[in-house]
Design a protein around this ligand. Structure first.
Ligand code: SF4
Length: 362
């Protein structure tokens, strides 16, 4: 029943590499972004890294298209644009099952995952746009809190906030803000590992830091430009360790995604669980989120133009179709495959991490 892709040769030692700090080749500022104090703070960071800065004459980012989609991708992924979030960003959308609401400190990501969730979600060239009016974006959130109960906000739907943190400082600012809100919690997820600047922040237990991880053949083959899973787990350990042991004392989580029934998937995912256990070998507030691989006709078309050589399995004939209430469709694994994956994940994780909570399977 399973849709298998062939695994590459398995290394016996785990791969450990930190993500290289992303240094864009071009940094564009709109005039409006330069008027914002937070934009000036980003400018100072960018200048301290000796990156070339261009001030645009208008508040629009244009001229990033190449001859082909792949060329456009290459240009855009090397470009940071500092802009102000448009008014539409101040009307929040729900984001079940991850959180009550999503908000954005940036759109676009410097990594190169061949299954990227952003393909088809964001329009235009995949330039990394960061928002210079972050204080206003944060001020807007209080109106969305549900009085008397904890409201959760997800900040990593359209970017990897840790992957650009050295250029923005915006994730730290969000964590500080949520530390002051009695009834609001922040959630973020990453495939990067540079967490040192986050460890001493006054988060007040209101931020859950998660790392997105996967089995070695999947992360090794499909997740370009990210930190290795081993480095991500080391970073998560640092975030979760209590302050008394030099850690951040944060609630933490693992997002295992996108789950794929590759050849020998039980063995590969069991190895991943072993690595998680040895990284988090102390009591901590831990959650799991489990997301199986899916794609849409639109995301497949974009991903194929970005990664024409990719071996990612997106064969519609082996998948089931799932429709949403607006008529859109996505391709998921058939119900037998889904059942056996889900059963395995839930059983193994419950056995190994009895204190942890599995938030959802999808
Ligand atoms: S880290 Fe996430 S957002 Fe960035 S390229 Fe990979 S899947 Fe896309």
């Amino acid at each position: 029943m399973s849709t298998a892709i062939t695994s590459p040769v398995i290394q016996s030692e785990p791969v450990v590499h930190k993500a290289r700090l992303w240094l864009p080749e071009r940094v564009l500022f709109t005039p409006a972004a330069l008027e914002e104090p937070w934009g000036q703070q980003i400018l100072a960071r960018v200048q301290s890294l000796n990156l070339p800065v261009e001030e645009l004459s208008r508040n629009r980012v244009t001229g990033l298209r190449g001859e082909t989609e792949r060329e456009t991708y290459d240009i855009a992924k090397r470009t940071l644009a500092v802009v102000t979030a448009p008014p539409s960003q101040f009307k929040l959308s729900p984001i079940p099952p991850s959180a009550d609401w999503q908000f954005h400190l940036a759109e676009g990501c410097p990594a190169h995952c061949q299954y990227c969730y952003l393909a088809g979600s964001l329009q235009g060239p995949p330039v990394i746009r960061v928002f210079a009016n972050l204080p206003q974006i944060l001020d807007n959130l209080a109106a969305y809190e549900h009085p008397g109960e904890t409201t959760t906000f997800e900040v990593s739907c359209y970017t990897d906030p840790l992957g650009i943190e050295h250029l923005t400082g915006s994730l730290a600012e969000c964590i500080r803000y949520f530390g002051t809100r009695p009834d609001a919690h922040l959630r973020w997820v990453s495939k990067f590992n540079g967490v040192d600047e986050l460890l001493d922040l006054p988060h007040n237990g209101h931020t859950r830091c998660r790392m997105s991880v996967n089995a070695a053949p999947i992360s090794g083959r499909f997740e370009g430009g990210t930190a290795s899973v081993t480095s991500r787990l080391q970073a998560l350990r640092q975030l979760a360790l209590p302050h008394s042991q030099g850690g951040g004392g944060y609630p933490v989580g693992l997002v295992i995604a996108p789950i794929m029934p590759i050849e020998d998937w039980q063995t590969h995912y069991s190895r991943l669980f072993d690595s998680i256990s040895s990284s988090l070998d102390f009591d901590c507030d831990l959650t799991f989120e489990l997301i199986s691989h899916r794609f849409t006709p639109g995301s497949k078309e974009i991903l194929t133009s970005w990664y024409p050589q990719s071996k990612l399995d997106m064969d519609e004939s082996t998948r089931s179709v799932k429709r949403n209430k607006f008529g859109g469709l996505k391709y998921v694994y058939d119900s037998g495959t889904m059942k056996s994956l889900r059963h395995f994940f839930e059983q193994e994780l419950t056995k190994r991490f009895p204190q942890a909570k599995i938030l959802y399977w999808t």
